[in-house]
Write a protein that binds this ligand. Structure first.
Ligand code: SF4
Length: 345
């Protein structure tokens, strides 16, 4: 599949009074046209900051300090990490759109849904007011909002959380983006509404062929929607692979620990779950070497606390008869050559 977005060695930092927070610390990943990539990890691992960096929506004092975010468009490649205003606006909302965990916080309370969706259409597609309103109604209908002709004139406070999330998705879809970034789109919703929103995202992705980057802490959500998964820990991607590989044959000790902390897929048994050992380290005191080493069951003294593991392709042992396949990458000193990795930072 053709590449749509390549994030390469991205760094986003916050210079705070208490020290420097390296929220995104060398993320490298890619997403291809039409695929669903889930980015998973515990809260605070940098996945939302990484997603916001892609659209240059990082709040101050956060700043992109290095790397590339290459978005492939019909008019060429835009490096969002290093682009200026007009180039950023040519991508944001048009080629790449985003929906957030709290739709109410990202919508204007003083404008109707129709005005907000129409505004995006008028900005990017220069349509007149009447056409924008007609398109807004169509979009609200497309995302399953009942009586869209009436709802188009309502304000965000008049809608339930689930309906608002649908409206936010309608707004994101208004310009037919190639990539939709959905940042924890179901976290604030009840279980029934969560399932409906996930189903809606799946339908829209299949109908439009757009790619989706799904940011989630919930491995079950990733399992339902994603073709591939990238696992993040302390600002970096530690494992990538197809959904089957990452969930059924995890290689990185962090992915293995994450999976032990949630019920097994399709399992009805009352197995004992074990949370990931220890705590996520303070953002001001990153462990040297492999940042996961204080919590890792496979810790190798003399290596893991001094060497930052590089990202290497890693084989997956599928079964004794099917053998091994190589799929995705892993950043762990258990894989690759002995001298793989770099001195501690
Ligand atoms: Fe664990 Fe060492 Fe691998 Fe880090 S590099 S995940 S500490 S085994």
């Amino acid at each position: 599949m053709e590449s749509l977005l390549e994030v390469e060695d991205l760094h986003t930092q916050y210079a705070l009074d208490d020290g420097l927070v390296r929220a995104v610390d060398g993320v490298t990943l890619d997403i291809r046209r039409g695929e669903v990539l889930a980015v998973v990890g515990e809260s605070g691992c940098g996945k939302s900051v990484m997603a916001r960096s892609i659209l240059r929506l990082v709040d101050k004092p956060g700043k992109i300090t290095g790397g590339h975010i290459r978005v492939h468009t019909d008019d060429g490649v835009v490096d969002m990490a290093n682009a200026e205003g007009p180039a950023i606006r040519s991508v944001r909302g048009k080629k790449v759109a985003m929906v957030f965990q709290e739709p109410i916080a990202s919508m204007s309370p003083v404008h109707t849904l129709g005005n907000q969706i129409g505004e995006s259409l008028r900005l990017h597609e220069m349509v007149d007011k009447k056409t924008a309103r007609t398109r807004a109604i169509e979009l609200l209908r497309r995302v399953g909002i009942p009586a869209p002709e009436r709802r188009v004139d309502e304000y965000p406070f008049q809608m339930s959380g689930g309906m608002l999330q649908r409206a936010m998705i309608a707004m994101a879809l208004s310009c037919g983006p190639d990539l939709l970034i959905a940042d924890e789109p179901t976290t604030a919703l009840d279980v029934t509404t969560q399932a409906q929103i996930l189903e809606l995202l799946r339908e829209l992705q299949q109908d439009t062929g757009m790619a989706v980057m799904l940011i989630t802490h919930d491995l079950g959500v990733a399992a339902q929607l994603a073709d591939r998964i990238a696992v993040m820990y302390l600002g970096a991607v530690v494992e990538t692979g197809t959904t089957d590989t990452v969930l059924r044959h995890p290689r990185h000790p962090y992915t293995q620990a994450l999976l032990r902390s949630v019920p097994k897929l399709g399992s009805a048994s009352r197995e004992r779950l074990s949370p990931v050992r220890g705590m996520v380290p303070s953002p001001y005191q990153r462990p040297p070497g492999c940042t996961f080493h204080p919590r890792c069951d496979a810790f190798m003294e003399g290596r893991c606390e001094v060497t930052v593991p590089g990202s290497v392709p890693a084989p997956v042992l599928v079964s004794a008869d099917k053998g091994a396949r190589t799929d995705g990458t892993v950043s762990c000193l258990l894989y690759g050559d002995e001298d793989e990795g770099e001195a501690t930072r």
